[in-house]
Design a protein around this ligand. Structure first.
Ligand code: FAD
Length: 322
């Protein structure tokens, strides 16, 4: 998780892995063991090598130990679900929640196609329209205040059927269902493969970006759904490929390209959490063309013989944009 700067449903409150790691131990390509950071929660001592290694996808060093930040367990937790007429309305409501500073621990969009798939496997019995699944945590009073403010904001966007769960088992079932989305989608077409692309955009751009992604998904001819960690402006487009079918692979590549191009045009990023690996090398070059030579320089400083995950994350300076 540290090597990919992983994040997920609770990132809207706590941030991704880069916010959780205070210090780390890593083994460099030449065998030297280094320690970066300290146990203090802040530092201004020199280059931030901890955060250079977080998200470096194993291309600079092998991380061997992490010192993590701890958080208190919050007293009172309530999950809410709200139905919306459209995904854009749901995203506008999410953007409004975040912009007025309502403290949410999760704020997830599940589109109508994904709700249908989850209903089909009996994981979530909700009406087949887009939903926001939200979680609040804090003191009884702060949660009650946040819920009150949330109601006004979601209703202003046509949100309805607001329902709450405070029972831990019911909440766990809700989040398990959310995490079952890929399994549910696969169950629609047994034998196929589920693929995902993820992007992140400024929250103000989210409604339009999700609309563009839905149009691209429909145009691709692939079956799929959209899920969003919409509280932090990131979303996944999931789609099904027929095993070994070159037509659906080409459709998927075009879909991925359209979603990423739209996110970049809106001032976003080609990947909010899944990383660059091999698959998004060309997009990293498109996102930060002026940084590629710096990336190469850092890579050769840490790994002069190119033995650590060669070919990943760092685009060849001469490679064409993807
Ligand atoms: C179905 C599915 C759902 C996913 N959901 C999420 C999600 O919600 N959020 C998210 O952020 N990602 C998600 N991912 C992407 C990915 O699984 C995560 O980024 C995950 O954190 C990878 O961690 P891992 O330990 O499995 O690493 P691996 O997959 O084993 O490795 C990932 C990369 O890190 C390198 N690496 C592994 N260990 C080290 C180490 N000790 N030191 C240096 N480099 C190392 C590897 O060489 C590789 O390049 C998902 C992937 C799938 C398939």
């Amino acid at each position: 998780m540290a090597a990919t700067n992983a994040s997920g449903t609770t990132t809207v409150r706590y941030g991704g892995m880069h916010r959780q790691v205070l210090a780390l131990e890593a083994v460099l390509a030449n065998g030297q063991v280094i320690r970066t950071g300290t146990r203090a929660v802040k530092t201004s001592a020199g280059y931030d090598l901890t955060n250079l290694l977080i998200g470096s996808e194993g291309t600079l060093a092998v991380i061997s130990e992490l010192t993590l930040r701890l958080y208190p367990i919050l007293d009172h937790v309530v999950a809410a679900r709200v139905a919306f007429p459209t995904v854009q309305a749901a995203c506008r409501a999410a953007a409004a929640l975040i912009s007025v500073g309502i403290s949410v621990t999760r704020c997830e969009l599940v589109d109508a196609a994904t709700i249908a798939a989850l209903r089909a496997i009996g994981s979530l019995e909700l009406e087949q329209v887009p939903h926001l699944l939200i979680e609040f945590a804090g003191s009884q009073t702060s949660v009650a205040d946040d819920i009150e403010s949330m109601r006004d904001l979601v209703e202003a966007e046509g949100g309805r059927d607001v329902a709450f769960e405070s029972d831990p088992t019911a909440r766990a079932r809700l989040w398990r269902a959310r995490h079952n989305a890929a399994i549910a989608l696969l169950a629609l077409a047994p034998g196929s493969t589920a693929m995902t692309t993820d992007v992140a955009v400024p929250i103000s751009e989210l409604p339009a970006a999700i609309e563009a992604a839905r149009v691209a998904l429909d145009a691709s001819g692939l079956r799929g759904g959209i899920l969003g960690h919409v509280g932090d402006g990131s979303f996944h487009v999931m789609y099904l490929l027929a095993e070994g079918d070159s037509k659906s692979i080409a459709q998927a590549a075009a879909l991925n390209d359209a979603v990423v191009a739209d996110a970049l045009a809106r001032g976003g990023t080609c990947t909010g959490e899944h990383g660059i690996g091999f698959g998004k090398l060309g997009y990293l070059r498109r996102e930060h063309p002026e940084l590629v030579s710096l990336y190469s320089g850092i890579k050769s400083l840490f790994d002069p013989n190119g033995i650590l995950n060669p070919g990943k994350l760092v685009p060849e300076p001469s490679a064409a944009a993807g």
